[in-house]
Each structure stands twice: as C-alpha cells, then as structure tokens.
Design a protein around this ligand. Structure first.
Ligand code: SF4
Length: 253
C-alpha cells in the first residue's frame, strides 16, 4: 500500500531500533487503556467513517486495486486502474486479456510484471473456483495469486466492514510511535493491535492509522504541531518547537 520509507531514530526496525526497549505488554493498566481509547475517539471524531483512497466500483476492481498497491502508492494505482478496468472490469473479461495488455496498462506501477501475471491468474481462479465472485472468506482470498494476509485483510475490511487491522508501512510506523502496539514485524504489530484496540474502533482502525500516517505522522517529517493526538503520543522524537511552522501536508504515500 505504500513504498519503502526512511525511518527516523526511535522508529522500529532496521536503521531505527525499537521505539522502546519493552515488548508489547501482555496486560495494560486502566490509564493506558484509556489513552488508547482516547486516541481512537479523536480519530473517529475527526473522520467518523474513513474509506480506502483506492478507486474501485466492484469487489473485483477493489481486489485488483489492492493487489496492485503492494509496495506502490494509492495515487500511482489510481492513475493506472481506470485504463485497465476500461479493458476489463470482471474476472471473466480480465481472464481473456493477454498478459502484455495487462502489463501495458499497469506499467507505471512498481513490480508490474509480477502483478500482471497475478491479476490474470487470480481472475482465472475466481472464474474457475468462485463463480466469478470475490469470496468473503480469508482463506479463500489468501489462496488467490498475489493475495497475501495483508491484502485479504484490507479487502475483508473495505468490502464487508470486517474488523480486520491490516498493517502496512503507515500503520506499522504510527502504532510504534504513539505507541499503541509495538513490534519489529507487521505480524507482531497486528497481533498487538488486535489485542489492544477496543472493539468499537476495530472496524475503522486500519484506515484511521493509515490516513494519520499518510498525512500527519509522516515518515520523514511528522507534522506534530498539527497532530490531534499529540498530547497522547509518547514518541520520544515527537517534540517539535511550538513556534515552528507546521510542515506542509504530504499528499502521497
Ligand atoms: S505527535 Fe508527532 S509523532 Fe506523535 S503521533 Fe502525532 S505526528 Fe506522530
């Protein structure tokens, strides 16, 4: 869903190091529970029903758009998909295209060779095994070519409102910085978020954290002065001179 990013001191993983030395605690106290709930309450107040920024019209076109968005920006995917979907917007139609045609339509997106193969293969599988429909089943989704755990979670959440919290680069960074759930791998952060995010916020947690990371808590220059959860954030590097000009909004990622 987003390209590789530069990490800052205090960000987890290679080049950064863990946000704190402590692992995600098994249990949190009432104050911590209240802090996490307040973070989501403020994100909800600001944007009650966030949606994906990928352009799509049907379950199939969303699935393809999410597959294409791996290690690419939503902006780049949205530039390419109208042309692709004008050629074919159903699994049956897509399956009839030549690989070169698909490749040509998406050649501005990273990893387009492999993605063209996957789009064709998953379209054929949808026709052969699912009656041309996108299955509402995590295992069936993950069995589709080019569809991993994260893509399946995004599709289940965006199409059917299932309370999945897919962890992309933005969710990973924001969750570690605030922190909500800390971890050095997406799986660890996802497990922590599933445990620590109150149920009432799980439906939209994925999009709230993505959008916060994309537009405010950006990788290189987080806009802390404009952050609506700044007082709840414990990232040691969050402090920004109060009289500093807010950083400009970053519109891609
Ligand atoms: S205060 Fe800064 S580092 Fe903390 S969540 Fe907000 S933008 Fe990110």
């Amino acid at each position: 869903m987003a390209p590789k990013e530069k990490r800052l001191p205090g960000d987890p993983g290679k080049g950064g190091g863990p946000a704190t030395k402590s692992p995600v605690p098994e249990a949190i106290d009432d104050a911590e529970r209240a802090r996490i709930a307040m973070i989501f309450e403020r994100l909800r107040e600001a944007d009650p029903a966030p949606v994906t920024e990928l352009l799509y019209e049907t379950p199939f076109t969303l699935l393809v758009a999410v597959v294409l968005s791996a290690q690419a920006t939503d902006v780049s995917v949205n530039k390419a998909t109208p042309g692709l979907f004008a050629k074919a917007s159903t699994p049956a139609a897509m399956a009839t295209l030549d690989e070169a045609e698909v490749r040509d339509a998406i050649k501005t997106i990273g990893l387009y060779n492999a993605k063209a193969k996957n789009v064709l293969a998953l379209s054929r599988r949808l026709v052969d095994h699912h009656g041309g429909e996108v299955p509402r089943d995590r295992a069936a989704l993950e069995a589709l070519p080019g569809v991993g755990k994260k893509t399946a979670a995004v599709v289940l959440n965006a199409l059917w409102g299932e309370p999945t919290i897919a962890v992309d680069t933005h969710v990973f960074r924001v969750s570690n910085r605030l922190p909500i759930a800390r971890g050095t791998t997406p799986d660890a952060v996802e497990a922590g978020l599933n445990r620590l995010v109150p149920d009432e916020y799980k439906r939209h947690a994925h999009h709230w954290l993505i959008l916060h990371g994309r537009y405010t808590c950006t990788a290189r220059r987080p806009n802390c002065p404009a952050c609506l959860v700044r007082d709840l954030c414990r990232w040691p590097d969050k402090t920004w001179p109060d009289d500093a000009e807010p950083a400009p909004r970053v519109d891609a990622g």
